[in-house]
Design a protein around this ligand. Structure first.
Ligand code: LLP
Length: 430
């Protein structure tokens, strides 16, 4: 038996020429459940979490999984059982945490546009903290809390004005972004918050962007946030926890990509800085999303047609931008590999594209593949921001999802059919 793991994906490997997730042959799952099909490795998710847990060993720290990365119930259940809290951005996400058995007392609520109804729902469930993103939101939260006869635990999201050096759509810590409160306005807002009866200040937070591949933006952000904590506490306001957000990147295997630091290594550096500034004992929070799930998942697609062309060859598959929106949205690179290594087809450069009627519907460009119609391909690094961003565009049902644990595979989401998509719609009366 020959076994070759894919670099960066320890739980995904070829065994005797067939792609496996842990001990399950991906082709068997595709035959059973059809395609497109997301397949996740439980061990890979727990290993990613373990890297953070190692990094924080001996510290007071809470890992709040940023569930927007992948909010499928079974995935949430897995992280809840592993002791994680959750970073949510909507009332819908809170409902999912509750349905998955997560503890609302470990939930933090981020986002620039929380509605009054969402605030009320979160207050009733007793979440740990509202990460407030503007002065206006702070006042509304105070009002909602007073009306509900409760006190809202708050942290102010500070925009540290550092460049996360990532794609502009997923960079959030610069002055020109809609996120957070400007660094030089934060102290005044904390003072204001301290005087509001419906609020209890518990922390401070920042989140500078996503798919960050270097330590330096984190170190810069940490310094800027700690400068503020110095000033806020000097003003007599106690900061119980410091939340450094999420954002750590993963290796997508792009030929020109930068390999991000491991979570444990990154936190070693950050904790050394925290210690040096005297904040090592503080309760720490983080909100990782992609780095916990991204490389734990793949999406299987079947090759429908090969379409040779004068300028380009197209490999048309049955997964599309509605299933895997990242290439269309950010020109993101996802590695694409065959489920079965075959010797008999000619390796050719293809643009791998889906059936959706948009030129932007591509999954990979100029990929050298030896494939025939009927073959199946795996789009790698598809555990984060794929299913959670999937849509029904072109009335395509959302894909099915399977979670693998050793030899066992569990269908955790059934394929969505057309009936399910039309639910809630009505025809006009005569
Ligand atoms: N905390 C906050 C406040 C966030 O806005 C985000 C992500 C996270 C934590 C988690 O960041 P992560 O650890 O996953 O980088 N759809 C884009 C990514 C959008 C990220 C949005 N915010 C993509 O597919 O690349």
């Amino acid at each position: 038996m020959t076994d070759s793991p894919l670099p960066g994906h320890p739980q995904i490997h070829y065994r005797d020429g067939a792609l496996h997730v842990e001990d399950v042959r991906v082709a068997d799952l595709a035959a059973l459940h059809g395609t497109p099909l997301f397949v996740y490795s439980k061990a890979a998710m727990l290993a990613a979490l373990a890297a953070y847990q190692r990094g924080f060993a001996g510290r007071r720290a809470r890992i709040c999984y940023a569930m927007k990365a992948n909010s499928t119930l079974a995935v949430l259940q897995l992280f809840a059982r592993a002791g994680c809290g959750f970073d949510i951005v909507s009332g819908g996400e809170l409902a999912r945490v509750l349905a998955a058995g997560g503890d609302p007392a470990k939930v933090i609520f981020s986002g620039v546009g929380k509605t009054r109804a969402e605030m009320q729902q979160a207050l009733v469930h007793g979440i740990a903290c509202f990460n407030v993103e503007s002065a206006a939101e702070l006042d509304v939260l105070n009002e909602v809390a007073l009306q509900a006869g409760r006190t809202a635990p708050v942290s102010i999201r500070v925009n540290p004005d550092v460049d996360a050096q990532t794609h502009p759509y997923i960079s959030t810590g610069l002055k020109g972004n809609k996120f957070g409160v400007a660094h030089d306005e934060a102290l005044a807002l904390y003072r204001h918050a301290a005087g509001l009866e419906g609020l209890r200040i518990v922390g401070i937070d920042c989140h500078i962007g996503s798919q960050i591949t270097q330590a330096s933006p984190y170190l810069d952000a940490m310094d800027r946030v700690l400068d503020l904590v110095d000033a806020i506490e000097a003003a007599g306001i106690r900061i119980e926890h410091i939340d450094f957000g999420g954002g750590l990147g993963i290796d997508y295997g792009a030929p020109d990509g930068t390999e991000p630091p491991g979570a444990d290594g990154l936190w070693q550096q950050l904790l050394a800085r925290l210690d040096a500034r005297g904040y090592g004992e503080r309760l720490l929070m983080i909100e990782p999303g992609r780095s916990l799930v991204g490389n734990a998942g793949l999406c299987v697609a079947e090759v429908l047609y090969l379409k040779p062309g004068g300028q380009k060859n197209f490999c048309i598959v049955d997964a599309a931008m509605n299933d895997l929106p990242r290439p269309a949205m950010y020109e993101a690179y996802h590695r694409i590999v065959p489920l079965a290594l075959r010797q008999d087809a000619q390796a050719t450069a293809y643009d791998v594209v889906g059936p959706v009627c948009e030129s932007g519907d591509w999954l990979g460009r100029e990929r050298t593949l030896a494939v025939q119609p009927g073959d199946r391909l795996a789009v790698l690094s598809a555990g984060a921001y794929c299913m959670s961003m999937a849509s029904n565009y072109n009335t395509r049902g959302r894909a099915a999802e399977v979670l693998v644990d050793g030899r066992r595979a569990t269908l955790i989401r059934a394929r969505e059919d057309a009936q399910a998509q039309m639910r809630g719609e009505t025809l006009l009366p005569d």
